[in-house]
Design a protein around this ligand. Structure first.
Ligand SMILES: *Cc1c(COP(=O)(O)O)cnc(C)c1O
Length: 393
């Protein structure tokens, strides 16, 4: 048996070091639990950053992947397949998108946003308004809309004419959106910024201003979509219909897939034949996996589970916890006086995978199938975890 320590050494010898040193080497997972190569078990409260919506090894997803792999894994976009067509129909239905709406399949979140950026360019305008704290991905287009200077600045110059405004500041948004604006990009909850919810009023204002100025409203639901917040898509709680929505993370339950949804015929037809493309995007394997995820969320009433289990995190009254944020099963625990990385390490030691999303906050994004007992087990263990983090060197 190769140990975790040995594999981490070999990792360091072979990988481009962009991820630093991984915490552990995982071997397998079952439900909400994962096991590392040394045999230690952990409750997975991160699900691969809001990806493993059905947890690990879910029979519906595994069977769908096996069955589709036996039929056809990849066919190229010279051809199409029944899973691709069915998934597009399914997403448009869940999005309550009007007639003439469309879907473009990609392989990741950043690629879905690239497609949205290109869509926005077809308005004949180039100005994009994005929010401070935003995360839209690492490719050079999506990166231009990503606010964090440490991610963005080493790679400048990026695409020009991107303007950042502070989320929630109505006056700044009014000043930023004008007749030169191609699109406003908004995450309904900023996951990477520490699970920070954008006020519903602000989302509605963005809708009004983009309507008024003929710009597109693009909601990035890559982290918040596919049931994560207890709704299929987080923006619907604000009662707005965007012009475009991007999806990825939870959509394939771990099989890479991204999607751009365009609302209405005018927006859908901004991109014409030959103007965009992808080799892998929309392949039948990924689409069959996504259909299995959507079917299972529906059949097993997982949106109700997300709301019910997520409510355990509405209010966590503990020494060392300052506040909680977020909705459904996308949550942050803001700490007071204990660094989040120390708590993450102590939690892992105690058998729980969480993420130090900021220096002062933990992010929880467990599988949508998690039970009250499983999440409750973490909350029971949390005081001791905080205590051991507090006394860590
Ligand atoms: C993760 C994420 C992305 C980027 O997705 P990748 O699949 O890593 O390219 C974009 N936007 C949001 C809101 C995300 O959470």
């Amino acid at each position: 048996m190769t140990t975790g320590a040995e594999l981490l050494g070999r990792y360091a010898e072979t990988m481009v070091p962009v991820f630093g040193t991984p915490q552990i080497v995982l071997a397998s997972g079952h439900g909400c639990w994962v096991t590392d190569v040394d045999g230690k078990r952990y409750l997975d409260l991160l699900s691969g950053i809001a990806v493993n919506a059905l947890g690990h090894g879910h029979p519906a997803l595994v069977q769908a992947v096996i069955k589709q792999a036996e039929a056809a894994i990849h066919i190229s976009n010279f051809f199409t397949s029944e899973p691709a067509v069915r998934l597009a129909e399914r997403l448009l239905g869940l999005a309550a998108a009007p007639a003439g709406s469309g879907v473009f399949f990609a392989n990741s979140g950043a690629e879905a946003n690239e497609a949205a950026i290109k869509l926005s360019r077809r308005t004949g305008r180039s100005r994009i308004v994005a929010l401070e704290g935003s995360f839209h991905g690492r490719t050079t287009g999506a990166l231009a809309l990503t606010h964090k200077a440490a991610y963005r600045e080493p790679f400048e110059p990026l695409i020009p004419d991107v303007h950042f405004v502070p989320p929630g500041d109505a006056a700044a948004l009014r000043a930023a959106v004008d007749d030169r604006t191609a699109a406003v990009f908004i995450e309904p909850i900023q996951g990477e910024a520490g699970v920070r919810e954008v006020p519903a009023d602000y989302l509605r204002l963005a809708r009004e201003l983009t309507h008024e100025h003929g710009a597109l409203l693009v909601v990035d639901e890559i982290q918040t979509g596919i049931g994560r917040t207890g709704d299929w898509f987080a923006h619907t709680a604000a009662g707005v219909q965007p012009d475009a929505m991007t999806l990825a993370k939870g959509l394939g339950g771990g099989v890479p897939i991204g999607a751009l949804v365009t609302y209405g015929a005018d927006t859908t037809h901004l991109l014409t034949a030959g103007q965009h493309g992808t080799t892998f995007g929309g392949n039948p394997l990924a689409c069959a996996a996504a259909l299995a995820v959507l079917d299972t969320i529906e059949r097993d009433h997982l949106l109700d589970n997300v709301a019910r289990v997520g409510a355990l995190l509405d209010d966590v009254q503990l020494a060392g916890v300052a506040a909680t944020r977020g909705r459904g099963l996308l949550r942050a625990i803001e700490l007071s006086g204990i660094p989040a990385p120390s708590v993450m390490d102590a939690a892992r030691e105690a058998g729980f995978i969480v993420n130090a999303v900021t220096p002062t906050a933990l992010r929880l994004a467990p599988p949508l199938i998690i039970t009250e007992d499983e999440l409750g087990g973490f909350l029971t263990a949390l005081p001791a975890i905080l205590e051991s983090a507090r006394s860590a060197p």
